[in-house]
Design a protein around this ligand. Structure first.
Ligand code: DQA
Length: 138
C-alpha cells in the first residue's frame, strides 16, 4: 500500500529516495515477492479517503500488508484505524531513514500496530519486509 506522493518518487529528492521510479520500485517488489514465493498486489493513492476505502476491502483479498503511507504516516489517525480494522499482519516501510530527518517524521501513527518498521534501506527494505511477512505467515 503506497500512500501520498509515493507515485512521484523518481522525481523527489534523490538524496532521500534514490533514483528509482515508482514503476521500477513496483517491479523490484514484484521480483522480491516472486523470489520468496509470494505474490504482490499494489495500490497507490494521493487521496486519503480512497486509501482508507481500499484498506477496508483488504481482509479476504490479501494475507498481509506492506504499508508506506508517506506523510500520512506521521498524522493520519484515520489510516491507523483502517489498518487496525483489517486485522492483518503488517510491516511499515519507508525508503528514507525517517529517524535521521525532521522531528515530525519521527512520529508514526502505526506505532504498536506493525510487526516491524523498516526505514532507510531504499527499495531493498521492501525485500526485508517481505521476508518478515513470510516468516509471520509460515
Ligand atoms: C517516506 C517518508 C515520509 O516521511 C515522507 O513523507 C514520504 C516518504 C519514505 O518512504 O521515506 O513521502 O514514507
Amino acid at each position: 500500500m503506497h500512500g501520498v506522493n509515493l507515485d512521484q518518487i523518481g522525481r523527489r529528492d534523490p538524496h532521500h529516495y534514490g533514483g528509482v521510479t515508482f514503476d521500477q520500485l513496483e517491479q523490484r517488489i514484484t521480483e522480491f515477492a516472486r523470489e520468496l514465493d509470494l505474490q504482490a498486489r499494489f495500490f497507490q493513492s494521493n487521496h486519503e479517503g480512497e486509501f482508507v476505502e481500499r484498506m477496508h476491502r483488504l481482509p479476504g483479498m490479501v494475507d498481509a500488508i506492506l504499508i508506506n503511507a508517506g506523510a500520512w504516516t506521521h498524522y493520519s489517525w484515520a489510516i491507523r484505524d483502517a489498518l487496525e480494522f483489517t486485522g492483518l499482519p503488517a510491516v511499515e516501510i519507508h525508503l528514507s531513514d525517517v529517524m535521521k530527518r525532521e522531528p515530525w517524521r519521527h512520529v508514526s501513527v502505526f506505532e504498536g500496530l506493525c510487526l516491524e518498521t523498516i526505514s532507510g534501506r531504499g527499495p531493498d527494505g521492501y525485500r526485508d519486509a517481505l521476508v518478515r511477512i513470510k516468516e509471520e505467515l509460515a
